[in-house]
Design a binder for this molecule. Structure first.
Ligand SMILES: Cc1cc2nc3c(=O)[nH]c(=O)nc-3n(C[C@H](O)[C@H](O)[C@H](O)COP(=O)(O)O)c2cc1C
Length: 181
């Protein structure tokens, strides 16, 4: 797939087939995160791929609750990726603090998009989830208390016959400008 086609093809997938994801595809997803750029090359991530059915269901259950249940579809995803914030270099910590800019979150966002684009290229669907019970996920996956969980991503083969909605995006001249704000 050419890059522009890949970009257009990636979209959030919220309905999955029960089919497992092949180990070599999971390896390619790890590589996509591993190769992502990061501030001062500090690579502030740990990618946890959860495909054990019992653990996966527990993690999925931690992405919705009675108040906001829109992530219930995570229960069907055959793989759930969890991106935790690994220790980042002192340089990025100081620079981030001085400039009031959370570089590690920018880095994780880039890595997450690389993950999702690679998944699309491999015929897999993904959905990034920002709404989850962080403490619960940390407990399930034995993530140390001091480590934050930044993002959860569901992964799997999209269920067949899903209606494909047009991407709703701001018009180019509304979200970009030249030479001034
Ligand atoms: C940081 C972040 C958090 C998100 N959290 C959720 C979420 O909790 N649940 C969900 O269904 N989608 C979530 N999304 C997916 C967005 O809703 C989706 O990317 C957006 O509507 C654009 O649609 P598209 O991905 O199909 O292009 C999240 C996306 C991002 C980047």
């Amino acid at each position: 797939m050419k890059f522009d086609e890949l970009m257009q093809a990636r979209r959030s997938v919220r309905k999955y087939q029960p089919k497992a994801v092949e180990p070599e595809k999971l390896q390619a997803l790890i590589e996509a995160v591993r190769m992502a750029p990061s501030a001062s090359n500090s690579q502030p991530w740990k990618l946890i791929l959860v495909d054990d059915p019992a653990i996966r269901q527990q993690v999925a259950r931690a992405t919705f609750d009675k108040i906001l249940s829109f992530n219930q579809f995570a229960m069907e995803a055959p793989v759930i990726a969890v991106l935790a914030v690994e220790k980042h270099s002192l340089l990025t910590q100081v620079a981030g603090w001085l400039k009031d800019r959370p570089f590690y979150l920018i880095d994780i966002g880039i890595a997450a998009e690389q993950f999702c684009l690679q998944a699309t290229e491999l015929g897999l669907g993904t959905c990034m989830l920002g709404y989850f019970d962080e403490d619960e996920i940390k407990k399930i996956l034995k993530i140390p208390r001091a480590i934050r969980v930044a993002l959860v991503i569901t992964v799997g083969y999209e269920a067949e016959n899903q209606p494909i909605h047009a991407k709703v995006r701001k018009a180019a001249d509304g979200m970009s400008s030249r030479n001034r704000y």
